[in-house]
Design a protein around this ligand. Sequence first.
Ligand SMILES: NC(=O)c1ccc[n+]([C@@H]2O[C@H](COP(=O)([O-])OP(=O)(O)OC[C@H]3O[C@@H](n4cnc5c(N)ncnc54)[C@H](OP(=O)(O)O)[C@@H]3O)[C@@H](O)[C@H]2O)c1
Length: 156
Amino acid sequence: MLHLIVAMSKQGAIGLDGKLPWHHSGDLKHFKEVTWNQKVLMGRKTLAKLPRVLPNREIYCVTRQKDVSLPSGQEVTIINDFEGFCQQHQHSDDLFYIAGGASIYQVALPYVSEMIVSVINYDQEADTFFPSFIQEGFRLSRREKKEDFEILYYRR
Ligand SMILES: NC(=O)c1ccc[n+]([C@@H]2O[C@H](COP(=O)([O-])OP(=O)(O)OC[C@H]3O[C@@H](n4cnc5c(N)ncnc54)[C@H](OP(=O)(O)O)[C@@H]3O)[C@@H](O)[C@H]2O)c1
């Protein structure tokens, strides 16, 4: 089973200069709560920018390289055949959280059964955007208003 977690602006912005465009402690707390003790999968570029190890999570790194060494020292399981991985785990009992970046979301979207989308109030510069999912058959199942952002839950 593949669930996707992302924080985006209303315009779909997710990144700037290889990092998040914002610092949003409420959303970071939400990410930690959702992914705590879970399997979390990210692209090599996103993982390379993380300043420190993400504790209590089993991290999977999507890369075309045979091995990677991350500045944070995070230990990871390597995934080379990401499309094959998505096909294999689309209906499995194991739950994996797909946590970006853009290239990873793009490949995973057709295989994801739930999306957890934080909508951040941000209208400044960005260079990385979430792929369009209008045609992907998701329906909004729940929305949760937080103090300064909103969390949308989509299913299909
Ligand atoms: N707002 C959010 O929730 C959120 C979440 C995550 C990331 N982001 C942002 O997204 C941006 C990074 O996104 P990005 O698209 O540039 O990079 P990315 O998706 O994090 O990583 C790209 C790398 O993943 C590997 N890769 C991609 N597709 C692959 C495939 N089909 N098979 C095997 N390996 C594959 C390649 O690694 P190799 O080059 O090693 O082969 C590629 O260079 C950053 O700004 C980051 O902060 C935002």
